[in-house]
Ligand binder design. Structure first.
Ligand code: HEM
Length: 451
């Protein structure tokens, strides 16, 4: 009988991340990029003093966390705990509550259902664009895009069951709710009991959201109909769960989906303009395609399949500027990833931002090139080399909805205007709860003169 003792897997190498953060105080994304480079695709620990998350970048390891052994990596701790009182125990939680919600929500997002929303989204977006855009007058791109996207999503989710006054209350409340906890993302070791700036605003915004959402949900439940909007669909799906417990679950899923869809979409749609501005030759190809397919507009759902290059452009944009730049998970039980020991109770951080820039998986990784997403070339890639929408059982439910929204918005704007940016220094990413531009994107829309 052999008496050999099998050596335990090695612990991960620890990088002095606090030193890199101190070096790049004005530009912490550089510290993060440097850590990604030093890791060279292996699992490392980022030493941030009391907090030492594992950084996981290699696509095989990402796959292990998101799919292979996904139930060992839960959405708790960093990032998630501060948001629990907003998202509740629904689609944006984990465990049994999430599983039950996923069973209800996922079947709603069929291609047929999304297609059925296209006409409505096109007309809402056209109205919002008309309302918000002042040709020739400079504006901040994120503010403008949010003013278009937020009411569009609220109107799409609630159908005609929501008044203008309610929309005017809900939109800023959601905005405050998803942004006011950003500081806790960079201070993940501060316990929830210790107050931080933004906490009070967060609580007030939840109160507003709840007042509006519960009133509408109860009304829809009293008069259940066959309407296509998301609230009606959720209420029908939970019709056998009466009372406050059922109301609460519908509220949690509604608010979770709203949070998931607005901040991400608005940030992604803001990046389009600086990226077009930085790559004039690529912008020219986008403009030519919109001119050829949509002409002077108005854009309609029939145009969308033809906007092939714009779709490739958007996919490449989400490679270099993945708005969900970080996906943290808490480790339930000790595990081994890529031969390295990962300890229970610690945090694992996945980062589409870093994985999407790995030279082993991306030729010329820092070059913006939409041709990578030519549908004929795409299937040669590792599934987890590109994961702007996550993967595995928690895979985002919104890629088709986002693509539809982006094509309609960008196609609609570019059929009538050309964007001109007034920024004088390069626009680069900044780390917040989503990957935002580091400065206000100053933009003017100049009407196209057609002969
Ligand atoms: C550019 C746009 C978007 C990006 C980059 C994005 C990204 C993501 C990512 C990375 C996740 C995975 C989170 C995790 O694993 O913990 C996710 C989940 C989710 N997304 Fe999106 N998303 C976008 C738009 C949308 C839209 C428009 C919806 C509309 C309904 C949506 C609904 C959801 C939902 C419900 C989940 C949770 C799924 C689950 O945990 O079961 N997303 N999204």
């Amino acid at each position: 009988m052999s008496t050999d003792v099998v050596a335990p897997p090695p612990e991960a190498r620890t990088l002095p991340f606090y030193r890199a953060l101190a070096k790049y105080t004005r530009d912490p994304i550089r510290a993060f990029e440097e850590a990604g480079k030093q890791a060279e695709g292996r699992i490392v620990r980022l030493n941030m003093g009391p907090f030492k998350p594992y950084l996981v970048t290699h696509p095989d390891h990402v796959q292990h966390v998101l799919r292979g052994n996904w139930s060992n990596y839960v959405r708790e701790g960093m990032f998630w705990d501060p948001l629990t009182s907003l998202f509740g125990d629904g689609i944006f939680s984990d465990g049994a509550g999430w599983q039950e919600s996923r069973k209800i929500v996922q079947p709603l997002f069929t291609t047929r259902y999304i297609d059925s929303l296209t006409e409505r989204m096109a007309s809402i977006l056209a109205e919002q664009i008309e309302e918000e855009i002042r040709p020739g007058v400079p504006f901040d791109a994120f503010t403008m895009v949010s003013k278009i996207v937020h009411p569009t999503i609220v109107r799409l989710f609630f159908g005609d069951k929501i008044s203008r006054e309610d929309i005017a209350q809900l939109v800023p409340a959601y905005d405050t709710a998803v942004t006011s906890k950003a500081i806790r993302l960079v201070l993940p070791f501060v316990p929830e009991g210790v107050p931080l700036p933004g906490d009070k605003a967060f609580e007030r915004s939840i109160k507003t959201i709840d007042e509006v959402a519960y009133a509408r949900i109860r009304e829809v439940r009293r008069n259940l109909d066959d309407d296509q909007d998301i609230v009606s669909a959720l209420c029908r799906a939970r019709k056998d769960e009466p009372g406050e417990a059922g109301d609460r679950k519908i509220r949690d899923d509604l608010v979770g989906m709203h949070g998931a869809s607005t901040e991400t979409s608005a940030t992604a749609l803001t990046w389009i303009w600086p990226v077009l501005d930085a790559h004039p030759e690529i912008a020219q190809l986008v403009y030519e395609e919109v001119d050829r397919v949509v002409g002077a507009g108005p854009i309609s759902p029939a145009h969308l399949p033809e906007l092939r290059y714009l779709r490739m452009f958007l996919n490449e944009m989400l490679r270099l500027y993945p708005v969900g730049w970080i996906l943290p998970r808490k480790v339930v039980a000790d595990d081994v990833i890529g031969g390295v020991q990962v300890r229970a109770g610690s945090t694992v951080v996945l980062s589409p931002y870093l994985t999407h820039r790995l030279p082993e998986f991306w030729d010329r990784p820092l070059e913006f090139d939409p041709e990578r997403f030519d549908p004929e070339r795409e299937d040669r890639r590792h599934r987890y080399a590109y994961f702007p929408y996550g993967g595995g059982p928690h895979q985002c439910l919104g890629p088709s909805l986002f693509m539809m929204e982006a094509l309609l918005l960008v196609g609609g704007i570019l059929s009538r205007f050309r964007p001109v940016l007034g920024n004088t220094t390069p626009i680069v990413p900044k780390l917040a709860s989503t990957l935002r531009p580091n400065q206000s994107v100053q933009m003017t829309l100049v009407p196209i003169e057609r002969s």
